[in-house]
Design a protein around this ligand. Structure first.
Ligand code: NAD
Ligand code: MG
Length: 330
């Protein structure tokens, strides 16, 4: 059996188990979980909906300790060679959207380097194992993105570990919910700017000399770029900046054959939200105001990160792709 076919068969066989595990973790409700590709599913009941158990973890939080555990496509994503031979660096690749992208990229045939904070090692180990199980090269590069020196080092380690680089996903972010601007400290503001705005600048600047025509850069923006919440003063403006750099860089790098796009998620069930990104009360009702009645799961964005990286998307640049759950953004 060809590698891809075997992976597809294995993935299909475990889909039932995935659905069962997800239903168990949200035992108070009926969720169908992800099913075999090609079928039709009610998006309202596919995944857990609020009320969720009250929970909080110290920043940056671990996906492995969330209840219910987020779905990053571990048992459901099926690849079909859409990124064969590609080489990707993903920041925040241990959990959330970054992890969903890492799993999907590996199953689509890419080698993947992930960056994350040292305290996220347990989540990162799981991702490294999943990338290797997909038969691809995994490079783990822990470290704090808030200095130019580390960002340069990260790119150089990714290039040497992967033997090149042609997909750069700037996805890591700091988000803290603080109701009043009077309580936003200089340190918090600086931390948010360094992680969300400076790090992509430093990483892209270091990566560019390695990116040949056909390479892509993807930034994770947010619905917050368009419709900011009152308690996300610092964070929301960084997401507007992300949306903006995607558009300016696409114009600058198009002539070099490099595409630049962004992903704008709505409310997604990830560690960022339960480690200060949302107020406790909002964790319990997280996603309740979405027209689908629930938050999204990282797995529901995996296909967007693939689409923006793959050759089929060759005319897509300077664009922001949403998975907003119906609130109208982007
Ligand atoms: P997440 O907590 O799983 O991922 C965020 C990651 O950022 C962490 O895993 C961590 O590795 C990384 N990070 C934070 N500070 C860092 C630092 N100083 N150095 C290195 N790494 C650092 O949460 P997520 O929701 O998947 O977040 C991924 C992206 O999605 C972010 O850009 C976030 O703004 C965006 N987003 C999330 C939502 C949502 O509702 N969860 C909505 C819109 C946009
Ligand atoms: Mg994490």
């Amino acid at each position: 059996m060809a590698d891809t076919t075997r992976r597809q068969a294995l993935a299909a066989a475990t889909i039932g188990a995935a659905a069962a595990a997800l239903s168990r973790s949200a035992s108070a409700q009926t969720t169908t979980g992800p099913q075999a590709r090609g079928g039709k599913q009610d998006p309202r009941s596919k995944y857990p909906k609020p009320p969720f158990k009250a929970q909080s973890q110290p920043w940056p939080g671990l996906a492995g300790q969330m209840d219910p555990r987020p779905d990053h496509g571990e048992t459901s994503y099926v690849g079909s060679g859409r990124l064969n031979g590609r080489k990707a660096l993903i920041t925040g690749g241990d959990s959330g959207m970054g992890r969903a992208a890492a799993i999907a990229y590996a199953r689509e045939g890419a080698d993947v380097a992930i960056n994350y904070l040292p305290e996220e090692e347990p989540d990162a180990r799981e991702v490294v194992d999943l990338i290797r199980k997909a038969g691809r090269n995994a490079v783990a590069i822990p470290g704090d993105l808030r200095t130019a020196a580390f960002c340069r080092d990260l790119v150089s380690k990714a290039v040497s570990g992967l033997g090149g680089l042609d997909i750069v996903v700037c996805n890591a972010a700091r988000q803290q919910s603080i109701p009043s601007i009077l309580d936003v400290s200089d340190d918090e503001f600086d931390r948010t700017m360094k992680t969300n705005i400076y790090a992509p600048f430093w990483i892209i600047r270091a990566a560019l000399p390695h990116l040949e025509p056909g390479s892509v850069i993807i930034g994770t923006a947010s619905e917050q770029a368009y419709d900011p919440s009152p308690d996300l003063y610092a964070y929301a403006q960084t997401k507007a900046a992300t949306m903006n750099y995607v558009k300016s860089l696409a114009k600058q790098l198009g002539p070099k054959g490099i595409r630049v796009n962004g992903v704008a998620p709505g409310p997604i069930w990830t560690p960022l939200q339960i480690s200060g990104g949302a107020q406790q009360g909002k964790v319990v009702t997280f996603g309740a105001t979405s027209p689908l009645g629930r938050p999204g799961q990282p797995a529901e964005l995996a296909g967007i990160y693939v689409r923006l990286a793959e050759e089929d998307g060759s005319y897509t640049t300077g664009n922001i792709y949403g998975a907003g759950g119906g609130q109208g953004q982007p």
